[in-house]
Write a protein that binds this ligand. Structure first.
Ligand SMILES: *[C@@H]1O[C@H](CO)[C@@H](O)[C@H](O)[C@H]1NC(C)=O
Ligand SMILES: *[C@@H]1O[C@H](CO)[C@@H](O)[C@H](O)[C@H]1NC(C)=O
Ligand SMILES: *[C@@H]1O[C@H](CO)[C@@H](O)[C@H](O)[C@H]1NC(C)=O
Ligand SMILES: *[C@@H]1O[C@H](CO)[C@@H](O)[C@H](O)[C@H]1NC(C)=O
Length: 332
């Protein structure tokens, strides 16, 4: 499988709206007002202090040259029963004992770790779902980001597919939120309050250490969780069938400048330059005012979007969210 990063970056810089010479700053009130003046399916608002634009452009959105992934990525093909696919689905309601796991909103801080949170979040949800809620744990994003380093670069970015490959071949230890003693390797990068530019400094990932944090009674090797198989599900109905059958899936998508301003509704790109790919957990779908959407969990804390969630246009591969959704089955 080839990841055509450079081609994607070049093609994606074409914007859908031409502001002429006076392009507003991507976090400005002018851009918020512009989006809200359009008759679109979502509302823009202020999620980020305008002074966090450096943090967003340099940190949350870094794109490094990537190695080509060499792992084969199997495609799962479900036999689809269209009649069985409901109009609305929410994994929290389908598996109520796992609702708090599925709906937990993370904060990646000033670190390009969305891909890692999407992977460990989806895997954690599936551990709960496939164990009939008898096993509940948080998996360590920092372990995945720092130790799966074939194509992943600490706080400067990584590939979702590499996360699944690493999980299925090596395994990932437990680890909860920053500042907790939850698991073997809790997240070590501070949360970022988007409204306060002072707290959004630059996050640095530590080196890979295959030892649990001081104070943890767990042993690294025996805490590793793995699974198999992992696979891609392509097309809207395959994704729906996979979510209904096995739980949330992880998908990467293209982030344009206007996505930072998302406040509520069903997102679709209105304006803005392409930034980079981000990844999120897809936990369900629905229809609002006739507009079909995916229900997604982001890792930009609860102060972003719909309390940390967002909804994005479904069925037309908006921002490539339906291009390479990934999933896998945990082993116990
Ligand atoms: C806005 O969009 C809705 C739904 O597509 C449509 O019914 C309505 O006429 C539009 N309004 C304007 C002012 O374009
Ligand atoms: C942004 O930074 C400038 C210069 O330090 C400061 O004057 C301004 O108040 C800040 N704006 C916000 C919204 O914090
Ligand atoms: C979960 O429940 C199903 C249905 O009762 C059962 O077949 C399966 O073995 C259970 N799985 C675990 C891991 O307990
Ligand atoms: C996972 O993390 C969340 C958020 O910090 C916490 O509420 C929950 O208790 C953790 N789960 C486990 C099993 O420790």
């Amino acid at each position: 499988m080839k990841i055509l990063f450079f081609i994607i970056v070049v093609l994606a810089t074409t914007t859908t709206v031409n502001f002429g010479k006076s392009t507003p700053h991507f976090l400005s009130d002018d851009l918020i007002n512009f989006i809200n003046s359009k008759n679109t399916t979502w509302k823009a608002g202020r999620n980020f202090n305008i002074n966090t634009s450096d943090f967003l452009t340099k940190r949350i959105s870094n794109i490094l040259p990537r190695k080509e992934i060499k792992h084969t990525l199997p495609t799962k093909i479900h036999s689809v029963d269209l009649e069985a696919i409901p109009e609305f689905f929410d994994a929290r309601e389908a598996w109520p004992e796992c609702a708090s796991v599925i709906g937990d909103i993370k904060d990646q801080g000033a670190c390009v770790a969305g891909w890692a949170f999407a992977a460990v979040g989806t895997i954690g949800d599936r551990i709960c779902i496939h164990s009939n809620a008898t096993i509940q744990m948080n998996l360590s994003a920092i372990d995945l980001m720092t130790c799966s380093n074939e194509c992943n670069y600490g706080c400067t970015g990584g590939l979702l597919v590499e996360g699944w490959y690493y999980w299925s071949t090596v395994g990932i230890v437990t680890g909860g939120k920053y500042g907790t003693n939850d698991g073997c390797k809790p997240y070590s990068i501070e949360p970022c309050d988007h409204y306060d530019s002072e707290t959004c400094g630059i996050g640095y990932a530590p080196d890979c250490v295959k030892v649990c944090d001081e104070g943890s009674s767990l042993e690294y090797e025996s805490d590793l969780k793995t699974g198999a198989p992992y696979y891609v599900v392509q097309s809207e109905v395959q994704m729906q069938t996979e979510i209904m059958t096995n739980g949330p899936i992880a998908s990467s998508f293209k982030v344009y400048e206007d996505f930072f301003l998302y406040e509520s509704g069903v997102y679709q790109q209105v304006t803005g330059r392409y930034f980079r790919r981000e990844a999120a957990k897809l936990i369900g779908w629905g229809v609002e005012n006739g507009v079909p959407y995916w229900l997604a969990v982001n890792s930009w804390n609860e102060n972003w979007g719909e309390n940390g969630y967002f909804r994005i246009l479904r069925g037309s591969n908006e921002c490539e969210i339906e291009t390479e959704p990934l999933a896998g089955i945990p082993k116990f």
